[in-house]
Design a protein around this ligand. Sequence first.
Ligand code: F6P
Length: 539
Amino acid sequence: MNAGLKNLESWKNLEKHFGEIKNVHIKTLFSGDRNRAKRFTLNKLGIYFDFSRHRINEKTLDLLLMLAEERGVEKRRLEMFDGGKINITEHRAVLHTALRAPKGSEIFVDGKNIVPEVHDVLHKMSAFADKIRNGQWKGFSGKTIKNIINIGIGGSDLGPVMAYEALRYYSDRSLNFRFVSNVDGSDLAEAVNGIDAEETLFIVASKTFTTLETMTNANSARSWILSKLDDNEAVAKHFVALSTNAAEVSKFGIDTKNMFGFWDWVGGRYSMTSAIGLSTMIAIGPENYSQLLHGFHQMDEHFRKTPLRKNIPVIMALLGVWYNNFFNAETQAVYPYENYLKRFPAYLQQLTMESNGKQTTLKGQKVDYQTGAIFWGEPGTNGQHSFYQLVHQGTKLIPVDFIGFKKSLNPLSSHQDYLIANMLAQGEALAFGKTDEEVRAEGVAPELIPHKVFDGNRPSSTFFLDVLTPANLGKLVAMYEHCVYVQSLIWDINAFDQWGVELGKVLAKNIIHEIEDANASLNHDSSTNALIDLYRSSK
Ligand code: F6P
């Protein structure tokens, strides 16, 4: 049992304070303070972060900030930037921030400045992206590349897909991008359906280059290319690799001069600004890509240098802890009111849940408190017509992050006004609700009144930016990355390993063998044995 967190002075004070504030309505907090919106808003880097619709007052914030101080957040954020081996179970530094460090800066790992290598890879990526974009890179038969298929899974897929969808407006529309992740053959089959192999480039993205799904898809993609081009030499023109594992890349048959490298200090879910971003760079071009990196870097610097009270990721993280550990909220919703961000919640699921879905402290004890929340969401306004009912009137408390932009990239008549009006109305309805008296005053039949009452008091943050640009996307992603790290510091867990996904992988390997060998004896539980038998008999 780890008693550390609960024994902190700030934690005990938060517990006491929770008793005082838990029944105070957000409405009361607003009516008692005319400056509340201003008091609980940060406006930094073009992000207007309104956190006034939360169940907090000044004292809550003071105590949460004390907690961050007691947990050493000020010092420990620097440890990450300085290359400390904070991923203690894998003995690795955690330096995704170095991937967006400007040329000329210095960051040392084991005595070596890694920034020049980062820029070498960026340079190589730019040259390659330009060759694809201007048609200089030809397929084996001399045709120009028109289709780019990224094969990867987890961090080697979700970042590229999310960024491609988010920045599609800035993308080269003469190129066709597809993303294959699932080992389900339908994913690859649909991706190559109707396209010409001679015009297709596969990007095999895998940090380890051993992931079952990715290697299975990459092998089938290679067979598909060879079935059309019938020459092993074709592989060099139609495959490139993004990886840290040169040996496996060349074993696969990809020339390592067509490999874009990265390093063990980049975690999979933190890798979208490493070579894993190659598909993004090809789509939007090196110039826009460098704006994306700049946005990331701006948020990195904000997180690194800003005092905790004015620090966006820190405040977000502390609010998350407040609901998770005191109100017992199980989930955190993210609703982008920007259709291009439709894959952003899925991206955040890996970032947040693979990072903070842990129950063991850094010293190896079991926690006696809740850790990472379940992240989920969909773009507004779509979500309003499906699950928002539960968020408004259900029995669960679900803190929400609304993300909106003042300007649309596709201004069509009143669409943007309607979109933003909806986002603002949802936050208002969640916080302030509608009372019995208000419903009655509308002349609603008495028996319907209880059904039409909204309790309100449901917390939300609003992030309001100008327009979705590559730089703004970078700021938003880095903001959540740092929020995750701060929460891991509060919960005393390692946000940078993922041992929890290993057992399933090992068991799958055993079962694959048992499926392939019909004579293999089955020594699982009776449920697994029966299911394997059922599947075997269908083959
Ligand atoms: O199984 C989980 C995981 O290791 C993720 O952390 C990672 O993003 C994904 O698999 C893919 O790994 P790789 O890039 O090595 O193929």
